[in-house]
Design a protein. Structure first.
Length: 289
């Protein structure tokens, strides 16, 4: 069992957890404005039988990206729990290779995430521009991840999926890991149709896989029916060999337990697909032992 998306942190390292409350796609987050160490994560996930996990960058100050990766490696060493790392790098820098070289000194790094999601609703907005995926500098730097054997964790909303597909086309040597199954936030008929079309566009790119994570983000609850719908649609488009499970803890801890979250995902994934979704896809994508 592999959890392909989780976070740990020290509150003091994250400005968004120490300063004033800010708009976040997952809503109010007072209960997680504190340390969340690897020991607590392992206690949360204890009943799940996780054997390895993938840490995804958690928005430390951008000049401390190497320190963030080192912190996670130290937590892995101290706990004895295998952790791979999706680190941060500024891929809009003219040449990101010095940053990538610095990260490459950490053997646990398997990929990079720079969040690109932008939404007309300012409460859901993170990136400064809606179409950064088409930016020539970003495309050039993302393509360089192939030289390191690293993936790119791709975080976009439905309206940005055409640009994301163009990015995948521009970087055929890079595997793109779509965050949170495309972050479905509009459950109207039109919103669902647009999400399905965007997901089909991304699924047509063989170098894109989809992470089944963060499905409670916009509902602010663990809804097994919603999880089942998103998982069913995503598996239909991508196939189990291109889907992987992630808990998104401790964000999802705002509204559910790890056990309940995992139960909802297990129930949604057909028996024959579980080995891929809960293990082998993550092993391949993140090059895990």
């Amino acid at each position: 069992m592999i959890d392909a998306h989780f976070h740990i942190w020290r509150q003091a390292d994250l400005p968004w957890l120490t300063g004033p409350m800010q708009p976040r796609i997952f809503g109010p987050y007072e209960p997680i404005r504190r340390d969340y160490p690897v020991t607590e994560y392992l206690a949360d996930a204890a009943a799940a039988g996780m054997t390895e996990a993938v840490y995804v960058q958690a928005n430390w100050p951008v000049d401390r990206f190497v320190e963030e990766a080192a912190f996670v490696a130290e937590a892995s060493d101290a706990s004895g729990f295998p952790i791979a790392i999706v680190a941060y790098a500024d891929l809009l820098a003219d040449d990101a290779r010095p940053q990538l070289d610095a990260l490459a000194s950490n053997a646990r790094v398997r990929g990079v995430r720079q969040q690109l999601h932008w939404h007309q609703n300012p409460l859901y907005r993170f990136a400064a521009d809606p179409d950064l995926a088409r930016h020539p500098t970003l495309q050039r730097n993302v393509a360089r991840l192939a030289d390191y054997g690293w993936s790119f964790d791709l975080q976009v909303f439905t309206g940005q999926m055409a640009g994301a597909a163009a990015l995948a086309d521009a970087c055929p040597g890079v595997t793109f890991v779509l965050q949170h199954a495309g972050m479905l936030e509009d459950l109207s008929e039109d919103g669902m149709d647009a999400w399905r079309s965007g997901m089909a566009m991304l699924a047509a790119r063989p170098n894109v896989v989809s992470k089944l994570s963060g499905l409670g983000t916009f509902l602010r609850r663990n809804d097994p029916g919603h999880v089942a719908m998103v998982v069913r649609e995503t598996l239909t488009l991508f196939g189990a060999g291109r889907c992987l499970f992630g808990s998104n803890f401790p964000i999802e801890k705002l509204w559910t337990t790890y056990a309940a979250l995992l139960d909802a995902h297990r129930a949604a994934v057909p028996d024959g697909d579980r080995a891929a979704v809960f293990s082998s896809t993550a092993k391949r994508v993140y090059r895990l032992a």
